[in-house]
Design a protein around this ligand. Structure first.
Ligand code: FES
Length: 342
């Protein structure tokens, strides 16, 4: 049950879907490495799942109401299942521990339609990937895609030790072929990948994709600062290290003022006061709004707007997205009224 995507469908434009929910079933849970499990979701009614592109993630609605985002690691040509790999992180916010400790095969769970803010570039002549630990998950789907299309790539995969490294067996042929370099540091910073050296030379046509712990992400960002605009792509599932706002947003230092938020479809209008978020106000009036990070980096609350000028304060939407969507957990409005497609 596979759908073959054209190159354009696969890489050109990430899904712009506002989150929609799918009733799914946990079909299997498989150990990939120490503290890392793969969770396979199928549609509860057995039908095909919506298509996705490499780099996409889904929301998983966990027992107790928590919503967390996990990247899909299976090939984007597959429609019969979604697979995510999750590290059980006891220092995290509890989502990964709940995934490991509460989800069981056969259980029904709500997930979202995949969203992609970390797509492959259609213009790249060569792709360079850097993955840190469980940050490998979206990159596995990307590697499937570039391999299928015969495009040049190299993966630098940084991890602590082989027994804690997911997908090592799957990647072994690529390691043997020289397309993947493993970097085990054993917890010693001196053994880490030399990012400054690795990223010093920019070769025209190369695009860089990276995902991993925030310290690694920050170091990559610094080491590749001289790369041309638009050639670096990353995804963070934590606010740590992420720029709070874009440069444009930072330049806009106006104090928060009240504004009206109009829900066009349900014909309701509410006032958002300084210090309140749009999402809080909507929830306070009984409007069903999905939220997860509440800080503008996960994409769960993405909402289409129809009129008005948002003051964006997220770290997810690009310039094209911002013409159409707004993150209602953190955005405000420059215009007196912001009209949402709700
Ligand atoms: S809830 Fe995460 S971006 Fe709004």
């Amino acid at each position: 049950m596979e759908a073959v995507l054209t190159r354009d469908e696969a890489v050109a434009r990430p899904e712009r879907a506002v989150p929609r929910k799918i009733e799914a079933r946990v079909n299997s849970i498989t150990s990939l490495a120490e503290d890392v499990n793969a969770f396979e979701f199928v549609r509860a009614d057995g039908s095909a799942l919506p298509a996705f592109t490499a780099g996409s993630h889904i929301d998983v609605h966990l027992p107790g109401g928590t919503i967390r985002q996990y990247s899909l690691c299976n090939p984007a040509t597959e429609r019969h299942h979604y697979v995510v790999a999750v590290l059980r992180d006891t220092a995290g916010r509890g989502g990964s521990v709940a995934m490991h400790d509460m989800l069981r095969a056969g259980q029904t769970v709500t997930i979202s339609v995949p969203r992609n803010h970390f797509g492959l570039s259609a213009d790249a002549a060569r792709h360079v990937f850097i993955a840190g630990g469980i940050g490998i998950t979206p990159i596995m789907a990307m590697i499937h895609d570039v391999q299928r299309r015969g495009e040049a790539f190299h993966l630098f995969y940084c991890a602590r030790a082989p027994q804690r490294t997911a997908f090592l067996d799957v990647l072994q042929p690529l390691i043997d072929a020289g397309d993947v370099s493993m970097h085990f540091d054993g917890g010693d910073p001196c053994n880490r990948l030399d990012l400054a050296r690795t990223l010093a030379q920019y070769a025209p046509g190369t695009h860089l994709y990276y995902c991993g712990p925030s310290g690694l992400m920050d170091a990559i960002e610094t080491a590749s600062a001289h790369w041309p605009e638009g050639t670096r792509h990353c995804e963070r599932f934590s606010a740590a290290g992420a720029p709070a706002h874009t440069a444009e947003d930072r330049a806009d230092q106006r104090p928060d003022t009240p504004f009206e938020v109009e829900l066009r479809r349900s014909r309701q209008t509410f006032t958002v006061q300084p210090g309140e978020s749009i999402a809080d106000v909507l929830r306070g009036h009984g409007v069903d709004v999905d939220m997860s990070c509440c800080e503008g980096y996960c994409g769960t609350c993405m909402t289409r707007y129809l009129e008005g000028e948002p003051l964006h304060r997220d770290t997810v939407l690009d310039a094209d997205d911002r013409e159409e969507f707004v993150m209602i957990c953190c955005a405000r409005s420059k215009s007196p009224t912001l009209v949402l497609d709700i």
